[in-house]
Design a protein around this ligand. Structure first.
Ligand code: ZN
Length: 466
């Protein structure tokens, strides 16, 4: 038994600790918002006791891929609602993409507007991505100095409208951008789909009047992803730029990235819950609520992605939460091709990986903690987060592994409550989320808004910087 100055003790949970596949029975002592001790039988006079009996205690998730759309597109989503969904899903931090707010976050002025929009309005901690677009190369280093965690680029058309919208990088912008990002040790995150392939195939489909969900999937085939991955790896090899592939949809792409990593390249890969949970047949059945790019693939690809996740070939899982008003996805006269592509899923990521991955496919809980917390923290410089370790922020998700429930619209915290997982029965549920030791969400009280603070990666914390 220990006597220490804990203000709170999370007692009696099955705690998922770094380096362990299986959870351990342990208490967590918290002081000043940080984890002070992990052990059995922790005691402290006057400490608040948080009963975690029957719960799996996970490190708070870090979702490095969300689109909360502010400033100026807050009618699509917003920092309060998007972050509330994350809190309710066991996440304690996120990184907001440089699109689809207006203006896109491609210079320090736009970054300041975004920071202003988020200030005091996020339920959990947050960081920002900058964007790499043509004509703004000189903005990369200033944005890094202002604390972005990395830079996002597209090689296919990103979609979205309006002045100041995000645009794709041509090959020169991509190459020269990577050269510059490498010079200060930053990371480039890439949406990898070959634009000429997807445009030609999409145009041909439209000409033939084939505009259904399976036609959309066929217009963005695996080769388009594989080619863009290959090109970016080539540029990374020439420039030394650290590279992260977002939302990889196909196992062949994962294999190519894994080979590059084995050859010594500094490259990581992310997939999304929807590629692990859904197929193109689901997209045809569910409609535009399950539309995304790259598109959903077949069942064999989905199962191979799970095997690659289990084998450690996929570094991290992020939601790519990319919502819009539902009428922009599905409306009379709007074809599947023309509906907004983006899945609302941020609230369900941890429950999906625990329910399907741990519950059904036998993955260890430790692996889920690695891909949702440890790896994103390590890759993108969330220095105070990433695991249940003394000294780090007391960011915890308490997950009731016996709580069966069916996901309903009313559970969703999104501004526009739609999800491809609506109606799905989950075998577990997040019961509470602690952000730096304070309750950000509980099943009883709901989300406690506004507790999040900005995290700046800063040039100094880039791993590549001497
Ligand atoms: Zn995205």
């Amino acid at each position: 038994m220990e006597e220490r100055g804990f203000q709170k003790i999370v007692r009696g949970g099955l705690v998922v600790l770094p380096g362990h596949d299986e959870p351990q029975q342990a208490d967590i002592g918290i002081c000043g918002g940080r984890i002070a001790a992990v052990g059995t039988g922790l005691e402290a006079a006057g400490a608040e006791i948080i009963d975690a009996g029957g719960c799996l205690v996970m490190p708070g998730g870090i979702d490095v891929h969300v689109h909360f759309n502010e400033p100026n597109m807050g009618h699509w989503e917003g920092f309060p609602t998007g972050s509330a969904a994350l809190a309710a899903g066991g996440f304690t931090a996120y990184a907001d993409m440089p699109l689809n707010g207006l203006p896109a976050t491609v210079d320090t002025a736009a970054l300041a507007l975004k920071a202003e929009a988020a200030e005091g309005r996020s339920a959990v901690d947050y960081a920002f991505w900058g964007g790499l677009v043509p004509g703004k190369l000189q903005e990369l280093e200033p944005m890094a100095e202002a604390g972005v965690i990395g830079f996002k680029a597209f090689v296919s058309k990103p979609g979205g409208e309006g002045e100041g919208r995000f645009v794709e990088a041509d090959d020169w912008t991509l190459y020269e951008g990577m050269r510059r990002i490498a010079s200060f040790g930053g990371v480039l995150a890439l949406h990898a789909e070959n634009d000429s392939m997807t445009t030609a195939l999409g145009d041909a489909m439209r000409r033939e009047g084939r505009t259904g969900a399976l036609d959309f999937a066929a217009s963005r085939p695996p080769i388009a992803e594989l080619e863009a991955v290959n090109r970016a790896l080539f540029y990374a090899g020439r420039t030394g730029c650290r590279l992260h592939f977002v939302h990889i949809s196909h196992p062949d792409s994962v294999e190519l990235i894994h080979s590059a990593k084995k050859s010594g390249m500094d490259v990581t890969v992310e997939t999304c819950p929807h590629y692990l949970m859904l197929t193109e047949e689901d997209m045809a059945r569910l409609g535009a609520v399950a539309k995304c790019a790259p598109p959903l693939r077949g069942a064999e690809s989905r199962d191979r992605l799970w095997e690659q996740l289990a084998a450690g070939k996929i570094d991290l899982v992020a939601s790519d939460h990319s919502p819009s008003p539902f009428e922009l996805k599905e409306a009379p006269g709007l074809s599947f091709f023309d509906g907004w592509g983006g899945i609302s899923g941020a609230q369900s990521t941890m429950e999906l990986l625990l329910h399907e991955g741990v519950g059904k496919r036998g993955l260890p809980a430790g692996l889920v903690a690695r891909v949702l917390s440890q790896a994103p923290a390590a890759r993108f410089g969330f220095a105070a987060k990433g695991g249940i370790v003394p000294g780090l922020d007391a960011d915890l998700a308490l997950v009731d592994m016996e709580h069966r429930y069916t996901l309903e619209k009313g559970h969703l915290q999104y501004l526009h409550p739609h999800s491809p997982y609506e109606g799905m029965e989950f075998g577990c549920r997040v019961a509470g989320t602690l952000l730096r030791g304070e309750l950000a969400y509980s099943l009883e009280s709901g989300v406690l808004p506004g507790g999040g603070a900005r995290i700046r990666a800063g040039l100094g914390s880039y791993a590549g910087k001497a």
